[in-house]
Design a protein. Structure first.
Lengths: 88, 420
C-alpha cells in the first residue's frame, strides 16, 4: 500500500530536498523499512537500535501522534514525520 | 545489529550549499579570510589546520606557515552537534566526523577529499538489539574518535555515550561494538553499580590512547568510572587508577575504579609517560608503574588543579599544559577569579608557570572542554584552545603568548590539529 509521507526539514537531506515522498507499508514499521530502502540511512536517524522512535521525532498517522512502530496505517491516511519542539 | 543503514553521499553540509549544488564548503559571511593580530609568531614547517567541532556544526581553520593568518572553512553540517572532527594522520585527506542533531540520532560521516564531500557510515555505532522483554542500550552520541595504530590503516575507534567502545576496520563505514570492554564494565557494575555513572554530559567514553609501539596496547577513560588498560586489542581490560583520588562524589577516596578522568594523553615523545586531568586533580603516571602521582598539588592553591583538558608537548615528555577551572563551591567550571590562564610545567609537574599574555587579565570566564585544547608538532610547539563561548585562541610559542584567532563560533566541543 502506497502512503504519502510528509517530512520536516530535518530529514530532507535524505530525500534530496523533497518534503513529500511516497513509500509502501501498512504499519509504521513497514513504512520506515521501505523508506530506508528508498533513502538509505534515514531509518537510523529516526528509530534507534532498539526499534524505538527517537525522542524528538514525531510520527503522525492520519492526524494522530503515535510513538509505536506497530501502529497500522489505514488506507488513504497520510503520515507526517516531524521534529518535536526542542532546541536552543 | 538491529539496524543497518546503508551508505549515502551527502554532497554538502549546509542548506545553502545543498541548494546551489556547490561541492566546496560554504563560508560564513565575513569570515572567509580573517587576519590575526599576531606580533611574534614563530614559523612552522607546515600549514596547520584546526578541526573544530562545535555544538552547531564543524569548522576548519587553516593557517599560513607563520601561523599568523588563518582562514575559515565550513561550516560543515551546520546545526548538527559535532562532537569530534578528526583528520587521519595515516591519510590526511580523510576526515571523520561524529555528529547528531537535536532531533535525529547519532552517526558518523567520512570525507576522503578533505571535507568537500561526505558519506555517512553504512552502519554507525549502535548497540545490538536486546532480546524481547529486556531493555537494550541506545547510542546517544559518538563522543570520541581515534584513528587506529599506524600499522592498521582503515582501523578507527569510537567512544560513545553511554559507555561503550566501537571499532571500524573499513575507515569508518561500519562499526562494531567491542564486547570485551562492555563485559569488563558490566563486571565492574556488578561489583559496585554506582561507581560507573553518568556526568551531566552523559556517560562518556573518551581518551582512547593507542601505544605507538604496540597496536594491541591501549588505554580508555570513562566519565565516570576510571582509566583502563588493555594489552590484547580490547578483549580484556584492567583498572589503572591507583593513586587517583575521588573527592565529594563517592564515599571512598581511593577506589579501584569510579574516578572521573576528564582527559588523558600519552606523551608523543615517551608513550610510557601519561598525563591525566581528572575531576579531582592533575596526575602523571610513568609505566610500567601503576600508581599515579598527583602533580596538580604543585599548582597554586588559589588556582587549584581542577580542569578539563591536558596537553603533552610533542617532543619533551616533561612538558605539559593544563587550563585550570574553578572547582570550588558549586563548581562554576570557569577560569578561577575570572583570570584565564594556561599553566605549563617543564619538569613533569614539579613546578608550574602561569601563562596569561594575551588573555583577558580580568572578567574572563572561559570554560575549555576536555577535547578543546591541543598542541601541534612544530618547533616551537603551537597550542590551541576553544572556549564554550566560541572563541579560538592560539599560541605559536608554547603558551608564552596567546591571540584570539577567531570568535563568535558556537560552543566549542573539540579541537584537533592537522599538519601539512
Amino acid at each position: 500500500m502506497s502512503v504519502a509521507v510528509h517530512l520536516s526539514s530535518h530529514l530532507r537531506s535524505y530525500t534530496r530536498g523533497r518534503s513529500d515522498v511516497e513509500a509502501d507499508g501498512d504499519t509504521l514499521a513497514a513504512l520506515v523499512a521501505d523508506m530506508d530502502r528508498r533513502f538509505p540511512g534515514i531509518r537510523f536517524r529516526m528509530v534507534d537500535e532498539q526499534d524505538h522512535i527517537r525522542p524528538h521525532v514525531n510520527f503522525w498517522v492520519g492526524g494522530s501522534l503515535t510513538r509505536d512502530l506497530a501502529t497500522p496505517i489505514p488506507a488513504g491516511n497520510e503520515v507526517a514525520i516531524l521534529g518535536a519542539l526542542s532546541g536552543g | 545489529m538491529a539496524t543497518r543503514t546503508r551508505a549515502r553521499t551527502v554532497k554538502k553540509a549546509t542548506r545553502s550549499a545543498g541548494r546551489t549544488g556547490r561541492t566546496g564548503p560554504s563560508r560564513p559571511r565575513g569570515a572567509a579570510s580573517r587576519a590575526v593580530r599576531k606580533p611574534s609568531a614563530a614559523s612552522a614547517k607546515s600549514v596547520i589546520s584546526l578541526h573544530i567541532a562545535t555544538i552547531k556544526g564543524a569548522f576548519v581553520l587553516r593557517s599560513d606557515r607563520a601561523r599568523k593568518n588563518w582562514k575559515m572553512e565550513g561550516p560543515y553540517f551546520l546545526g548538527s552537534e559535532a562532537n569530534h572532527l578528526v583528520r587521519d594522520p595515516r591519510d590526511p585527506s580523510v576526515l571523520l566526523l561524529a555528529a547528531r542533531t537535536g532531533h535525529l540520532g547519532p552517526t558518523v560521516f567520512r570525507s576522503t577529499d578533505s571535507g568537500r564531500t561526505w558519506k555517512e557510515a553504512a552502519t554507525p555505532p549502535a548497540f545490538p538489539k536486546a532480546p524481547e522483554g529486556t531493555t537494550g542500550q541506545v547510542v546517544q552520541r559518538a563522543f570520541f574518535l581515534a584513528p587506529g595504530h599506524a600499522s592498521q590503516p582503515g582501523v578507527w575507534w569510537a567512544g560513545t555515550v553511554p559507555h561503550a567502545l566501537f571499532r571500524s576496520e573499513d575507515g569508518g563505514a561500519t562499526w562494531e561494538l567491542q564486547q570485551g570492554f562492555t563485559r569488563f564494565l558490566d563486571g565492574l557494575k556488578a561489583r559496585k553499580p554506582d561507581y560507573i555513572a553518568e556526568t551531566p554530559g552523559g556517560a562518556i567514553t573518551h581518551s582512547i590512547l593507542i601505544d605507538p609501539r604496540d597496536a594491541r596496547h591501549m588505554y580508555v577513560s570513562i566519565s565516570s568510572g576510571g582509566f583502563f588498560e588493555t594489552t590484547d586489542s580490547g578483549r580484556s581490560w584492567s583498572c589503572l587508577n591507583e593513586g587517583c583520588s575521588v573527592v565529594d562524589f563517592l564515599p571512598e577516596k581511593f577506589p579501584e575504579f569510579g574516578q572521573d578522568p576528564h582527559c588523558a594523553v600519552l606523551s608523543p615523545a615517551d608513550p610510557d609517560r601519561i598525563y591525566q586531568q581528572s575531576h579531582c586533580g592533575v596526575y602523571r603516571l610513568d609505566r610500567p608503574a601503576t600508581k599515579w602521582e598527583r602533580i596538580g598539588k604543585n599548582l597554586p592553591a588559589e588556582v587549584g588543579d581542577i580542569g578539563f583538558p591536558v596537553v603533552a608537548h610533542p617532543r619533551k615528555p616533561d612538558v605539559l599544559w593544563v587550563f585550570p577551572m574553578d572547582g570550588t563551591d558549586v563548581w562554576p567550571r570557569t577560569s578561577p577569579s575570572g583570570r584565564p590562564a594556561v599553566f605549563c610545567s617543564r619538569n613533569g609537574g614539579a613546578t608550574w608557570t602561569r601563562q596569561t599574555r594575551g588573555f583577558p587579565q580580568s572578567n574572563g570566564y572561559f570554560t575549555v572542554f576536555r577535547q578543546a585544547m591541543k598542541a601541534d608538532h612544530q618547533d616551537p610547539a603551537g597550542l590551541y584552545l576553544g572556549t564554550t563561548s566560541g572563541e579560538i585562541w592560539a599560541s605559536p610559542d608554547e603558551g608564552s603568548s596567546w591571540t584570539q584567532i577567531f570568535g563568535h563560533l558556537p560552543r566549542v566541543l573539540a579541537i584537533e590539529v592537522g599538519e601539512g
